[in-house]
Write a protein that binds this ligand. Structure first.
Ligand SMILES: *Cc1c(COP(=O)(O)O)cnc(C)c1O
Ligand SMILES: [Zn+2]
Length: 408
């Protein structure tokens, strides 16, 4: 059962039938999945959701697939951790960490990929493909293996070795491209026109892919006892996740599953690739593309496809934006690890360092209930830590040597 009405153009509102297509033929605006909320309202309830599987598929009434069966590696329903130590460090009263380091391939991308490839299978597409900064490659490779689909995955050749290995192991075709992500992305947009029966998860099936991010909003609200948070901090690469978290909160309110949506949404970027944050901070009404230069590779999209919509969402919800240096994001990784026991990748460091900035600049208020989205696992970017981490001391293998350290 699916409650999808079709695809609608975000710019001119024209409707399109469900297909592997992502842009309006008239105005080139991005297409977006629309639902029959009246029909959903009749079948959905807090209880029906709570009785579902402990994965993103507990929200299948609000996802664009027919669920027969969906592609499932156990993605989603990740912990929402109360972060009291970090909160008191920052002077906040109610802080939570949405711990998406725990997904099957270690990042939030499993949410969008399970939805995109479930839909691709339903549409009869047999090849999975994507341009990726690393995490998407990892997730598409795993899900394609699981689905028995062929895979063509395109990544910048300078990606961390770890991330290459984590995708290559799943056996699809991993194509290293001599260029940065924006060039890889452009190549895939061109390839998607030639190979239009392939599912480029974030290109021609992007409308379905994007819907997966709504589950980040659904889960937080359910895990807060069906209460909306006051303020969330979301990392931005293409900006899709941020806009869909907003759509997710809106849908719960529309369906009467939560109170009205007044959640403030703030964006987090690395200074070396911060086109959305810079546009917000300089009050610009357009996004200026940049050439990425940051260790936060999973967020390094210099020309973000949904950047404008992310900026609009931040503004209309009364949120803010922060851009943090590589030094600050590494400190963010350390701070989260030592206060809460969660090891995040560089994108998570960006979120925490941005949280710190947004609190100290007064954008986030001390009494707000705040959720920080930690979207990737630290094991993915160990290389970024360099020699910043190591043993506290080195001793000789005898008691005296240790006691000397202990009483130093
Ligand atoms: C891709 C990614 C994001 C952001 O995704 P967009 O929807 O493109 O903004 C955030 N965190 C991590 C770890 C990612 O891999
Ligand atoms: Zn249009």
């Amino acid at each position: 059962m699916s409650f999808v009405e079709g695809l609608s153009c975000r710019e001119c509102g024209r409707m399109y039938p469900i297909s592997a297509y992502n842009a309006c033929e008239f105005c080139f605006g991005p297409l977006e999945v629309t639902y029959d909320y009246e029909a959903i309202k009749k079948v959905i309830s807090r209880e029906s959701i709570e009785a579902g599987p402990q994965t993103i598929w507990r929200y299948s009434d609000l996802l664009p697939t027919k669920a027969t069966p969906n592609l499932d590696l156990g993605t989603g329903y990740t912990p929402l951790l109360r972060a009291d130590h970090l909160a008191s460090e920052l002077g906040l009263r109610n802080l939570y960490i949405k711990d998406d380091t725990r997904n099957p391939t270690g990042s939030f991308k499993d949410r969008v990929v399970s939805v995109a490839l479930s839909k691709a299978r339903e549409l009869g597409l047999k090849v999975a493909a994507c341009p990726s900064t690393g995490n998407l490659a990892n997730s598409v490779a795993a899900h394609a293996a699981r689905a028995g689909m062929e895979a063509y995955i395109f990544v910048p050749a300078n990606l961390e070795h770890n991330k290459i290995a984590m995708s290559a192991i799943f056996g699809g075709n991993l194509i290293a491209v001599d260029g940065n992500y924006d060039q890889v992305n452009r190549l895939c947009a061109e390839l998607a026109m030639i190979h239009d029966n392939w599912a480029f998860v974030n290109v021609n099936v992007r409308p379905y892919y994007a819907e997966g991010s709504k589950t980040l909003a659904f889960e937080v609200v359910e895990q807060l006892g069906w209460q909306l948070p006051d303020h969330v901090v979301v990392p931005i690469a293409s900006g899709s996740q941020l806009t869909k978290i907003h759509k997710g909160f809106n849908e719960l309110a529309t369906l009467g599953l939560s109170e009205e949506n007044h959640v403030r949404i703030s964006g987090a970027q690395a200074l070396g690739c911060s086109p959305v944050a810079q546009a917000f901070l300089s009050n610009a009404d357009y996004i200026t593309p940049v050439k990425p230069d940051t260790i936060a590779k999973s967020l390094a999209i210099g020309n973000p496809a949904d950047g404008w919509y992310a900026l609009e969402t931040i503004r209309k919800t009364g949120g803010g934006a922060a851009a943090v240096s590589d030094e600050e994001l590494l400190e963010g990784i350390r701070l989260l690890a030592k206060t809460e026991g969660v090891f995040a990748e560089t994108a998570g460091g960006v979120t925490i360092a941005s949280l710190v900035k947004l609190v100290s600049s007064g954008v986030i208020k001390p009494d707000e209930t705040v959720v920080a989205y930690i979207t990737g696992n630290g094991l993915k970017t160990i290389e970024a830590l360099g020699d910043k981490v190591g043993p506290t001391t080195t001793i000789s293998p005898n008691i005296d040597s240790f006691e000397e350290f202990l009483h130093r």
